[in-house]
Design a protein around this ligand. Sequence first.
Ligand SMILES: C[S@@+](CC[C@H](N)C(=O)[O-])C[C@H]1O[C@@H](n2cnc3c(N)ncnc32)[C@H](O)[C@@H]1O
Length: 195
Amino acid sequence: MNTQLSLPKQTHEFLSQYLQAGDIVIDATCGNGWDTLFLSQQVYPHGLVYAIDIQTAAIEATQARLQLADVDTEVRYIQSGHEQLQTIIAPENLGKIKAIMFNLGYLPRGNKQIITQTNTTLLALNSALKMLLPSGYVTVLAYPGHLGGDTETVAVNKWALALDATVFKLTVVNSPQAHVYAPKLFIVQKLVAIG
Ligand SMILES: C[S@@+](CC[C@H](N)C(=O)[O-])C[C@H]1O[C@@H](n2cnc3c(N)ncnc32)[C@H](O)[C@@H]1O
């Protein structure tokens, strides 16, 4: 990985080596649509992207970005909390998801009161691990620099370190800006199928 790149770009660079046409993937916080656009380009053709966000503004921004980019991948837009992941994903796709991206915090240039919350983030992360294909990845970009994001980042770190190392491989990537408020990237790979 090119550690001089921003963490969102490192996440894309990392996943681009692994994703293929036809994959099923999830953007669990679609926000302004940058990650959904990236995913839709990676899995084209025949792939499927679930783009999830709790707020209308994010769903609309993501739809607009994809329209502008003119990518033909199937994207299912779902306005919901990602803690509902288990019911959002079609039953036939459970266990077949190649990658699930979480980019936590608030919508840039949007309402900064609507932020991901530790308890629902952890619920969603645990659901995400269950629906991954063996060898699939969950990526979590966490931002300790805002109120709520600090405790959420600590909780995600604790959650990641507590994962069973015989089932999940964890990589933690620090931001090139080495200070305490800098974002952190967690990459979790599922190594084997779980029940
Ligand atoms: C940092 S932004 C995501 C950026 C986005 N991935 C992109 O590429 O532009 C975080 C997003 O998380 C969303 N969010 C907050 N709580 C959520 C929840 N419980 N479920 C799903 N999305 C949530 C916010 O609405 C916001 O749009």
